[in-house]
Design a protein around this ligand. Structure first.
Ligand code: PDD
Length: 259
């Protein structure tokens, strides 16, 4: 009778952990709160309590130095399946899994992506557990031997099935602004910070599918995939077909957050 199971009625977070360092801990906890507020679930824990629970799970995974902590809060169990809800006790689930480490050299030829129309709801800024559209897009990518499905709405690139999308054109980074159409990715924010540290201009404004295809560099960002170069989209080579120099700078800067 858990509404997380019956309706996908819940919010989740994924925290990247390197050794004992959680990247963007406070930002992830703030986004968790925003998500719970957006769907009217009372946060069952204070920030300090969450940090204690997360650290406990981190310490229990003795096999993996680099971990992704998955935290899910569903609205809880009801007596019957009904769409409406009353006051329920939220269900909490926390899991640790390994973050696959990829050597920089192995990323230089980049990854491929496909594109699809973004038909998701207009609360894509919430990290809701109801991810059916996203999982179908991810599966389509897999079936096309691609890393990701990049999404567009009315010709504008929004994000990807489980990552944000950034492009580089003429030494300037562009990425869709925050709002109803994208998840405000923490790695996206970190990549922007890392670019600014290197004096690279960043403009948070939308770009078209044509601009995506014509970009000097295309990257996707997520807590588990970090910053990945995309060098082929829908079977068409992007720019040189190799990860670009701006990616290399920002990637190195991001690596320094781990230590
Ligand atoms: N996904 N956009 C979507 C739709 C996402 O699902 C994610 C992350 C991101 C990137 O957000 P962040 O940089 O904060 O990880 C953007 C996680 C990793 C997941 O669903 O497993």
């Amino acid at each position: 009778m858990d509404r997380g199971f019956l309706f996908g009625d819940g919010i989740y977070e994924v925290f990247p952990v390197y050794g004992n360092r959680i990247i963007g801990l406070d930002s992830h906890l703030n986004r968790l709160q925003d998500g719970l507020d957006a769907i009217n679930i009372k946060n069952p824990h204070s920030k300090d309590e969450w940090i204690e629970l997360i650290n406990k799970v981190i310490s229990l995974n003795t096999k993996n130095k680099n971990q992704a902590i998955y935290l899910q809060i569903s609205r809880g169990c009801d007596e019957n399946r009904k769409h409406t809800y009353g006051e329920l006790k939220p269900t909490i689930y926390i899991q640790s899994s390994a973050i696959e480490s990829r050597e920089k050299d192995s990323l230089k030829s980049g990854k491929s992506a496909i594109t699809r129309e973004d038909i998701r709801w207009l609360k894509s800024y919430t990290k809701a557990t109801s991810l059916l559209a996203n999982t179908l897009y991810a599966q389509e990518a897999k079936e096309n031997n691609a890393e990701e499905t990049i999404l567009y709405r009315d010709g504008i690139i929004t994000e990807a099935s489980s990552s944000n999308v950034l492009i580089v054109k003429d030494m300037c980074i562009f990425t869709h602004p925050k709002g109803s159409n994208i998840l405000p990715g923490i790695t996206r924010d970190k990549a922007i910070e890392c670019a600014k540290v290197n004096d690279i201009n960043v403009i948070e404004s939308s770009f078209t599918k044509e601009q995506l295809m014509d970009a000097d560099e295309v990257w996707i960002t997520s807590s588990t995939r970090e910053i990945l170069p995309i060098t082929s989209i829908d079977g068409i080579q992007i720019s040189s077909g190799y990860a670009g120099p701006i990616w290399s700078l920002v990637y190195d800067q991001y690596q320094s957050l781990k230590f």
